[in-house]
Ligand binder design. Structure first.
Ligand code: BES
Ligand code: MN
Ligand code: ZN
Length: 504
C-alpha cells in the first residue's frame, strides 16, 4: 500500500472515492457541504435513509455522484473523544471497506472537526499507518487466486492542510511498517522454507541498512559453551544459529562516558515439535510461528536502522529447530549452559527457555547492555491467563516495567505484568543440577518460565521478559492486521525507545 499526503488547495482533488470523516453530530466538513450542495443534497438524504450515525466503524458509500463519482463517509464517534488509537484503527478499517468497493485508489479529505487529544498531523499519519498495517498480504504460495478475491486497494492519499509536515512525520511510520511486514513474512513462512540458516540469511540482508551482522554456527557456539541452546537443536538436521545484529545510531561515547546499548533477545524456534516430549498432532502446525520473538527483534532492528534512530541497540536471536530424533536430547538429560549453570531437562518441550538462557547470557557478557528485553512465544499458560489482547510482562525492574506498560498503552500493543518471586523460583531447583526446566508443581507455568530466565540474568541488569505466545498470531481479523502473523512487539518497543531512550 502506498500512502501519500496531498496539500488541499481551494479545489478538492479530482479523485474517486473521496472519503470524509463524520462525527456523531453528523456535521459535514465544509468541503463536503459544498460538494453535497452541487449534487443536490444526495449525501444528506443518504444519511437520512440509512443507519449511518457517525458512530465509530460506520461506513456509508454513495456511488454515481455527478462530477466526483463515489463519496464515502466514515464515522468517528464523538469528535471530542477521538484518540490516536482510534485514528490508527480507522485507517485499518477503511482498507477492507475500500477493497469491497473494488477500487485501486482512494482519497481521504481530512478536514477535521475539533477532536480530543489529537492534532491533524497525528490523525493523518496514524490513519495512514493503520491502512498500511492492515493492507499486509502474504499470498506468494497461492498460484491460483481468483481475480475477484484479490484486494484492489493500492494507493491511499490523505488530502489535508500541512501535508508537508505529515510527509516528514510519516517517514517514521513507514520504516516501522516495513519492519512489521518483514517480521510478519518471517513468521508466516513455513519451517521447510525458514529454518535457522535461512532465517540467518534473511538477517544478513539487513547489512544494507548499516546493521552489523554476526552469525554463529554450531562450531562457534560449542566453543563458547552454549550447550543449552545447542541441546535444543541437537535432534534437527538443520544447523542451529545465533544471529547478532547491531545498530549504532549514535556514538557509543558521550562526553567521554560510555553509553551501553539496549539489548533485545528473541526466541527463534523455527519449528517446535516438542522434541522427545512430543506435542499432540492437532495444532502442531502452529509451531512454525515459534520464532515470532526472533522475528520481532529482527523487524525492530530493521525499522530502527531504516529511520536512522538515534540509539544503540543490539539484537540477539537464537535460531533452532526442536525435533525428536535418535540424537535429540531426552527428558532427564543435563546440559552445561554458557553461564556455567547446569540444567536438568525434564521436558524437551520447554525448549524456549533453554535457547534464551544462552542467548541472554551471550548478550549480557558481550555487550554489557543498559537493559535487556526478551520476546518469546514461551508458554501456552500465558494464553490461558491473558488471552490474546495482552502479552505477559515480567521484570526485575519497576521503572522499566512501568515504561513498557505505558508504551503498551500508547502503541496499542498492551502488556500486563505478572509477578516474579522466591516461591516460584524454588520450584525450579533441581535435585541433580543447578536448575530444571520445568516447575515441580504444574502451576503458574508462565511465571515459572520467567523465573528460569531470571536465573540467567546478571544481578544489576534491568531486564524484562515478554511472553508473546498469545499475541504473535491472530485467528481473527484485527483492526490493523489481517488474520495471521501480527509481528506483535515492534510497535511496543519502538514506542518504548522513542519515548524513553532515543536521543532527540
Ligand atoms: N512454543 C511453546 C509455547 C506456545 C504454546 C506458543 C502455544 C504458542 C502457542 C513452548 O515451547 C511450549 O511448548 N511450552 C510448553 C511448556 C511446558 C512443557 C512447561 C507449554 O506451554 O505447554
Ligand atoms: Mn515447546
Ligand atoms: Zn516453543
Amino acid at each position: 500500500m502506498h500512502i501519500s499526503f496531498l496539500e488541499i488547495s481551494t479545489k478538492l482533488p479530482k479523485a474517486s472515492p473521496l472519503l470524509f470523516l463524520i462525527g456523531e453530530d453528523k456535521k459535514f466538513p465544509q468541503a463536503l457541504m459544498a460538494l453535497d450542495k452541487k449534487a443536490g443534497g444526495i449525501m444528506a438524504r443518504a444519511i437520512a435513509d440509512s443507519k449511518f450515525a457517525g458512530k465509530k466503524k460506520q461506513f456509508l458509500s454513495v456511488p454515481g455522484i455527478q462530477g466526483c463519482g463515489h463519496i464515502s463517509l466514515i464515522g468517528i464517534g464523538k469528535p471530542a473523544d477521538f484518540k490516536k488509537l482510534d485514528a490508527l484503527n480507522l485507517g485499518g478499517m477503511l482498507v477492507d471497506k475500500i477493497n469491497v468497493l473494488g477500487v485501486k485508489t482512494a482519497t481521504l479529505v481530512l478536514d477535521l472537526p475539533k477532536t480530543g487529544n489529537i492534532n491533524l498531523i497525528e490523525t493523518a499519519t496514524k490513519i495512514g499507518f493503520g491502512a498500511q498495517l492492515k493492507s499486509y498480504r502474504f499470498n506468494k504460495y497461492h498460484t491460483k487466486q481468483k481475480a475477484e478475491n484479490k484486494p484492489t486497494f493500492e494507493s491511499f492519499t490523505i488530502a489535508m492542510k500541512g501535508a508537508k509536515n505529515a510527509i516528514a512525520a510519516y517517514k517514521h511510520f513507514n520504516s516501522l511498517a516495513e519492519g512489521i511486514y518483514l517480521a510478519r513474512n518471517l513468521i508466516t513462512e513455513p519451517a521447510n522454507v525458514l529454518y535457522p540458516k535461512a532465517f540467518a540469511n534473511e538477517c544478513k540482508k539487513l547489512a544494507k541498512l548499516g546493521i552489523k551482522i554476526k552469525v554463529l554456527g554450531e562450531a562457534e557456539m560449542k566453543k563458547l559453551g552454549m550447550n543449552s541452546l545447542l541441546g535444543v537443536g541437537q535432534g534437527s538436521v538443520r544447523e542451529s544459529q545465533l544471529v547478532v545484529m547491531q545498530w549504532s545510531g549514535i556514538s557509543s561515547k558521550i562526553k567521554g562516558q560510555k553509553i551501553e546499548p539496549l539489548a533485545f533477545v528473541g526466541k527463534g524456534v523455527c519449528f517446535d515439535t516438542g522434541g522427545i516430549s512430543i506435542k499432540p498432532a492437532s495444532g502442531m502446525g502452529m509451531m512454525k510461528r515459534d520464532m515470532a520473538g526472533a522475528a520481532a527483534v529482527t523487524g525492530l532492528l530493521y525499522s530502527l536502522a531504516k529511520r536512522k534512530a538515534k540509539i544503540n541497540v543490539v539484537g540477539v536471536i537464537g535460531l533452532v529447530e526442536n525435533m525428536p530424533d535418535g540424537d535429540a536430547i531426552r527428558p532427564g538429560d543435563i546440559l552445561h549452559s554458557m553461564s556455567g549453570q547446569t540444567i536438568e531437562v525434564l521436558n524437551t518441550d520447554a525448549e524456549g527457555r533453554l535457547v534464551l538462557a544462552d542467548a541472554l547470557w551471550y548478550a549480557q557478557t558481550n555487550f554489557k547492555p543498559r537493559l535487556v528485553i526478551d520476546l518469546a512465544t514461551l508458554t501456552g499458560a500465558i494464553v490461558t491467563a491473558l488471552g490474546t489482547s495482552r502479552a505477559g510482562l515480567f521484570s526485575n525492574d519497576d521503572k522499566l516495567a512501568n515504561q513498557i506498560f505505558e508504551a503498551g498503552k500508547k502503541s496499542g500493543e498492551e502488556v500486563w505484568r505478572l509477578p516474579l518471586a522466591e516461591v516460584y523460583d524454588k520450584q525450579i531447583n533441581s535435585e541433580i543440577a543447578d536448575v530444571q526446566n520445568l516447575g515441580s508443581d504444574s502451576e503458574a507455568g508462565s511465571i515459572v518460565a520467567a523465573q528460569f530466565l531470571q536465573r540467567f540474568i546478571k544481578p544489576g541488569t534491568p531486564w524484562a521478559h515478554l511472553d508473546i505466545a498469545g499475541m504473535a498470531w491472530s485467528k481473527k481479523e484485527l483492526d490493523t492486521c489481517p488474520k495471521g502473523a501480527t509481528a506483535y512487539g515492534i510497535q511496543l518497543l519502538d514506542k518504548l525507545i522513542s519515548e524513553y531512550y532515543e536521543r532527540k
